[in-house]
Design a protein around this ligand. Structure first.
Ligand SMILES: O=C(O)[C@H]1O[C@H](OP(=O)(O)OP(=O)(O)OC[C@H]2O[C@@H](n3ccc(=O)[nH]c3=O)[C@H](O)[C@@H]2O)[C@H](O)[C@@H](O)[C@H]1O
Length: 438
């Protein structure tokens, strides 16, 4: 593809370039252009052009690349490239080299650290958007940095950045967790879901498909694809044609989009349907987190109930179990088969539920929090608004158990205890002092 710089040097339609006709007054000037003078001028122009181009090339590699989606993201330069290569290099034999998108996010930061700790190479990518407090994302990222994991401030919609990354590093895997999360926020900001979960996903898959070698892709789908299904527990073979929110619809679309890249380009694809993941360093927009904040501040919380005052329930899944499921997915992914953007053979296409298989009602969640926080919640119980929520989720995890060895071990009581401990430590101490582990 031609760059803007090339367009300036070489007009795209040379036939239309107008040359000025020679005016009589210029004859003297023409005589001046004798053959030998022409040679000297040509030499001078060549030297001038060469120095101009070399300055341009230095500027483009050593400073910042501006992209349409992320004009503030700075990347590039030899030091930057060295940091990326070093961070991507495994420290164990046959270790993986993984690009983790959404690395400053909740699941992304946990997975990055777990991969690094077992000796895999990890490079993180995150756009640090303001959907929720970016200082929490910065704190997670700082934690990764303290373990020498390099996190790039950039967007998955930035095709130049992605192509540069895959040129620099022969990643074996991409763990794609960058997304616009949250079920109910889609009412407020629908385009952010299209931007990240559709356009961003396609941008990433385009880069992966063209990479050589093609990495295997493991990515975050969602339990929300089961939508309004009432057959429980939810199995991967169930239909997923009734999404209740735009979030769910974009995740469902992601499953179809990844399937086409598997089919056309031979990408190894694993989609993971996460069930309401919670735990330390979690997402402030989620109920367990925002309830904790409100209860401690003595502010009221709103608890939704379903039709006929039935309690809502979720198959809450603890972060460590999800991390095990993600790493097992990477380990068993199987290779992408394509190269140079061409499929060379069939590649795996897998989808797994990663849940806990024991749904808990929202009022029970609140009572566990009250116990650990030693404070009573001010409850405002209202009917679930029709804004994308579903009444319950419940995972059948047989497939993940068989193929990934996935086996969740943390119940909600234990998991919330760990979350509250982290929450109190994190918000009562300046984040910088927390240097332990996720
Ligand atoms: O599994 C997923 O794929 C999704 O999980 C999560 O969605 P949800 O299961 O909806 O979690 P979350 O918001 O914590 O609400 C939990 C419960 O509290 C109820 N709830 C919520 C807010 C409130 O004010 N009151 C309330 O009763 C609410 O009605 C619900 O019953 C992720 O956010 C989402 O990004 C996606 O990953």
């Amino acid at each position: 593809m031609r760059t803007l710089m090339e367009d300036e040097l070489f007009p795209s339609t040379p036939g239309k370039v107008k040359f000025e006709r020679t005016h009589p007054i210029n004859r003297q000037f023409h005589r001046f252009f004798s053959t030998s003078n022409m040679f000297l001028w040509a030499l001078f122009l060549i030297v001038l052009t060469a120095s101009y181009l070399s300055v341009q090339s230095f500027v483009s590699t050593s400073s910042r690349f501006l992209s349409s989606s992320s004009s503030t993201a700075s990347w590039g330069g030899l030091h930057w490239e060295r940091q990326i290569r070093s961070s991507a290099t495994p420290r164990r034999n046959s270790g993986l080299s993984v690009l983790v998108t959404g690395a400053a996010g909740f699941v992304g930061s946990h997975c990055s650290l777990a991969l690094h700790k077992r000796g895999d190479g990890v490079v993180g990518l995150d756009n640090f958007n303001t959907y929720y407090d970016p200082s929490l994302k910065k704190a997670r990222s700082a934690l990764l940095s303290s373990h020498s994991i390099f996190v790039i401030d950039g967007d998955i919609n930035d095709a130049h950045l992605l192509s540069k990354l895959f040129d620099l590093v022969p990643f074996s895997h991409v763990l794609h967790l960058a997304a616009q999360a949250g079920v109910r926020y889609a009412i407020e900001n629908p385009s952010s879901y299209v931007h990240s979960n559709i356009a961003g996903l396609v941008s990433l898959l385009e880069a992966v498909k063209s990479a050589d070698p093609q990495p295997a892709v493991v990515w975050a789908s969602s339990s929300s694809v089961y939508g309004l299904n009432d057959k429980v527990p939810f199995s991967e073979s169930d239909q997923t044609d009734s999404p209740a929110s735009l979030y769910a619809a974009t995740k469902k679309a992601g499953e179809e989009i990844t399937h086409t890249y598997n089919h056309i380009y031979g990408l190894s694809i694993t989609g993971l349907r996460f069930f309401t993941v919670y735990g330390p360093w979690g997402r402030p927009d989620m109920a367990y987190f925002s309830f904790t904040k409100a209860i401690l501040a003595g502010k009221p919380i709103t608890i939704y109930h379903g039709r006929d005052r039935v309690d809502l329930a979720r198959d809450f899944t603890y972060i460590d179990d999800i991390v095990h499921g993600c790493l097992a997915s990477l380990d068993t992914a199987g290779k992408s088969t394509g190269s140079g953007g061409k499929k060379r053979g069939p590649a795996p296409y897998r989808i797994f539920n990663l849940g806990n298989t024991s749904p808990v009602t929202v009022p029970t969640l609140v009572s566990i929090l009250e116990r650990y926080l030693k404070a009573k919640a001010k409850k405002n119980v209202v009917e679930m608004p029709g804004n994308g929520d579903v009444p319950f989720t419940h995972a059948n995890i047989t497939l993940a158990m068989e193929e990934l060895g996935y086996k969740p071990t943390t119940n909600l009581e234990t998991g919330l205890k760990k979350f509250v401990k982290w929450y109190l430590a994190y918000y009562r101490n300046p984040p910088r002092q927390i240097k332990t582990h996720l």
